[in-house]
Design a protein. Sequence first.
Length: 259
Amino acid sequence: MRALKPKTKPDASQTDASQADAASHGYRVDLTGVTKTYGGAPKPGRTPGLRALDAVSLRIEPGEAVALIGPSGSGKSTLLHLIGAMDNADVGNGRITVGEWDLAGLNQRRLAEYRRTVGFVFQRFHLLPALTAADNVIAPVLPYRTSYSKRGRARELLAAVGLGGREGSLPSQLSGGQQQRVAIARALVNRPGILLADEPTGALDQATGVEVMDLLLGLRAEYGLTLLLATHDPAVAERCDRSIRLSDGRLIDDHRGEP
């Protein structure tokens, strides 16, 4: 009987260099005529689904901080999910290119590789309650071999978000703002080329929200990230380089702030 080869963990070292390059320059994002329909695209004899995005086209330059604004149901979160490859646009309706990645042309393996170059911050933190702050930060890379120390990266990032010395704290021992800081550190563990944030201050009080926004903009400058965030808060949007307003799945305004 032929001996079985031992299973090995996926090798992340081959993409470390490209991820470091992405993080130092940020990703350009190009959307051309992108449409997303939930419940299926319209067909004869079938009730049309909900069109969450309707032929959206836009370009985001590397290193830009861009706010997506609009009421609930306007398409903000859907747009973030498509750019982060957490969902797919309607087949044959538009094109999404992020950095060198043409998302429509990627198979499942390549999509998984792409997702590892994207950081995502959620409104509700989504930390694992049984894991320490450090273990939550390194959770996305636990299945992979890396060319860097995972534990060292966690310490570095927690220090960068102002939580040095709290590596061993459980989420229940941290305030809401501190938990969001852990979530931001986790989003940076893969050296992403783009950071996507869905209402990152929505679950926080005003003062803590300002602190988190200060942190996001500071990390974006320090790491050279492209930052794209969805928000209901005009004060958050005003701090970005640019605000894109959506309504009923359509882009209705694109405003650049003062230089």
